[in-house]
Design a protein around this ligand. Structure first.
Ligand code: GTP
Ligand code: MG
Length: 194
């Protein structure tokens, strides 16, 4: 697995348009503003690869980014209240449509903000991944916002809240400081090469 070359492939606004899954896919899911796009940029050290914004709801399409051996999938964030009902339904259609397809799911990275307990929607997401037996791990984002000790406490609390077994990695990252990124790269590589 190499994190050196990556290219934007395509955006999709409706799941029926999604192109065939020809490569192992690593998807990034999580509530709006949790830091999915920032994390993708950090993984590849490419600032403008995925668009980042302090306003939630920035990524409103499914975006594919590909490397030689894998495809990275930036999903629209869930749970942003300030969008219209139709927009909200379109996002739900996209996310559910993606997961309901026959695809080469190598790994789903479920992102959760380390500062807070998981929301009901985060719980649903993780339960879905567990029930569907999809390969997944948890990324606890914005680790720079808490002390190391607090981060570890939060990780244990979230493991309990979400009933995550000990074999499932929970990686603490900071896209701002770069911490945990190498660890996440190693985990991704492990799942893809498996
Ligand atoms: P949507 O596209 O709306 O679903 O959001 P997203 O999950 O892609 O979040 P995005 O990467 O756009 O980041 C949202 C905000 O959080 C931006 O202001 C980022 O700068 C900030 N952010 C992301 N990661 C981190 C982090 O590790 N630490 C800190 N302090 N801020 C972060
Ligand atoms: Mg985004």
């Amino acid at each position: 697995m190499n994190f050196k070359t990556v290219a934007f492939e395509r955006s999709f606004g409706i799941s029926s348009q999604l192109t065939e899954s020809t490569l192992p896919e690593i998807a990034f899911a999580g509530r709006s503003n949790v830091g999915k796009s920032s994390l993708l940029n950090k993984l590849f050290n490419r600032k403008g690869l995925a668009k980042v914004s302090s306003t939630p709801g920035k990524t409103a399409t499914i975006n594919f980014f590909s490397t030689d051996d894998a495809r990275f999938v930036d999903l629209p964030g869930y749970g942003y209240a300030r969008v219209s009902k139709t927009e909200h339904e379109r996002w739900a259609e996209l996310i559910e449509g993606y997961f309901n397809q026959e695809r080469n799911f190598a790994l789903v990275c479920s992102l959760i903000d380390i500062r807070h307990p998981a929301s009901a929607l985060d719980e649903n997401m993780v339960r879905f991944l567990q029930d569907a037996q999809l390969p997944y791990l948890i990324v606890l984002t914005k680790g720079d916002k808490l002390s190391q000790q607090k981060c570890n406490q939060q990780r244990s609390a979230l493991r309990k809240q979400l009933s995550i077994d000990d074999d499932t990695p929970m990686v603490i990252t900071s896209s701002l400081k770069g911490s945990g990124i190498d660890n996440l790269r190693r985990e991704i590589a492990r799942f893809v090469e498996n």
